[in-house]
Design a protein. Sequence first.
Lengths: 446, 256
Amino acid sequence: MTVNEENKKTHYLKELQLASSPVKTGVSVIEQARLKAADDLSIWDLPSLRDEDWKQFPLKPLVRKHFAPAPVNSGIAHSDIEHALITEAASARIVIVNGYFSPELSNVDKLPTGCYAGPVSKAPINVVDQVNNFYGKVAQYGRDAFTAFNTAVTHDPVIVFVKKGVALENPIHILHVTDASDASVYTAPRVFIYAERHSDSTVIEDFIGKGEHAYFTTSVSESVLEDESHILHVKMQRETAEAVHISRVASKLGRGSNFNSYMISNGAKMFRNEPLSLVDAENAHATIDGLVLVDQDQISDTHSTLDHLKPNCTSHQLHKVIANGRGKSVFNGKIFVRKDSQLIDAFQENRNLLLSKDANVFTKPQLEIFADDVKCSHGATIGQLSDEEVFYMQSRGITKSEAIQLLTYGYALEVIENIPVPSLREQLSYNVAAFTGASIEAKDIV
Amino acid sequence: MLKIINLHAKVEGEKTEILKGINLEINQGEVHAIMGPNGSGKSTLAKVIAGHPAYEVTDGQILFNGEDILEMDPDERARMGMFLAFQYPVEVPGVSNSMLIRQAVNAVKKARGEEELDPLEFEDFIAEKLKLVEMDEKFLDRSVNAGFSGGEKKRNEILQLAAMNPKLSLLDETDSGLDIDALRIVSEGINSLRSEENAFLLVTHYQRILNYIKPDKVHVLMQGRIVRSGDSSLALELEDQGYDWLVTETHVNGEA
């Protein structure tokens, strides 16, 4: 690498940030974090391939391109997002276009009293108080330029606030749309979810795009769970084939709380997911399951961290991958069990299904256990479909290629079937079927 | 309907032959039982007929309705009207039972040049078949065999058999692991599907199922060869005396 290139890389995100003009939120913690992150970007470098955590995720396709801040006035209309809408969330939908809140496309009229979903600039004072307490403290990524970049350039973060004791009947759908119809752009969506005691909610963060140009999305999501609250979190990454998507989903769990997260990724040219769960009080449970579908030259990179900071907690991580074409998937699942965190029950499994000779999978479970009375199981498998399964289907008159499609579809469904939103499950089933080429009918959806 | 001539087979990539020259002919309307001790090659025979890729046929012929099927894929054989009920039915998480059975039925219908069933027509169609094996319709919405008990899995095989309406059914130890009620249900299901148009080959270790399904012919398979064929009374003889006397006898005849 020449000195010139090295310099260019160092300042890449800083350059992008300098071109931005983020919306003022009026919330002190956010504005302060912005200034600090902008300073950090002058110093922090992009990770290089020499960095162990990034060596399978070459950033060249990113730094070779220039991305401009996505403009506020975009022609995105209802018809552009219709395919991605979720029936159950019709009255709890927040649409963010190019990083800006879209009042025309959003609809959050029917939330129960005391709950809030919308931009922070319009949030009530008690909600802003919690933002001030926790913003930027859950998504802890150390010296990470991408999180700093998001913090510096994000506009008006979306806040979801679920009041004490409220069980939301319908899921909240946060749809991030990037319009790359006219130019290569970047967006940096940010979401902050606060669940008060005994509340129960489902939040879907969803990423789609429009247009033929390349675009770059850095998203950060933070969830704070008070005691005995439940959040079911779905992250769907279905960006266009030209997108580069880098995302953090962080959560901090209170006593007896439950954070169940399902990440479904099948879009983008290259994408990276970094789930981080801080299980920071007793009797809490975190699930961070994932489903990755990669084909052609797609690259998927998952670096997760489950941090058991307190005793008597459980966690579940099933990360399933289907790799076709020349697709590449990387999994590094870190689980920490701290010295005094006894009686932890942590489950981790990474299963990889290779459908082609040229697909590549790298898997690295990483358990660091400092307590001595814990149960941690982990496993990683890389394989093809079993001959016995294929023969079983064939003996039913189904051709080998149809059998492979059906079995692959079934394999993916193990993650999808946990999502308690029927219309979303249906959409995802069709996505998976389209990926595997399986032909399914509405009646077949589990 | 099925004619097997001097069939030799082994596990792909291995040297030892499992089937060492099988000759067998099954006609329309007949039920044949293949009996034999463990490791005699009974299940292998059923799988080889169905086209299991783990086995390699080294010599001989299998004719199905006069056609040599050895070069055919298992799904082609199935679409021609052959069905294998598995000894260990495979679990397929994520694929619903109704989805598999509908696709199977339609694959066969298409091959026969018949109209395929849409999901609604299929619902009516399968309701009838469910009664036959006394299965609740909720089994249709569950993933194929996933979490089914042993008996439920075997009933599910017969449900698929009933739905696909094959000409030749190969039942690989369908009776093993069944309690008496499940055995009765499975047997009655099979009996009601018997007709002058189709045929069955029952592979079994025990005589028990033959109390319910009366075979036209019984064959004893030992060490890869059919050592004796007879009518249904042969099964009773085996029940009384086991297989040892046949070992002795074949040895005496110098055939072993």
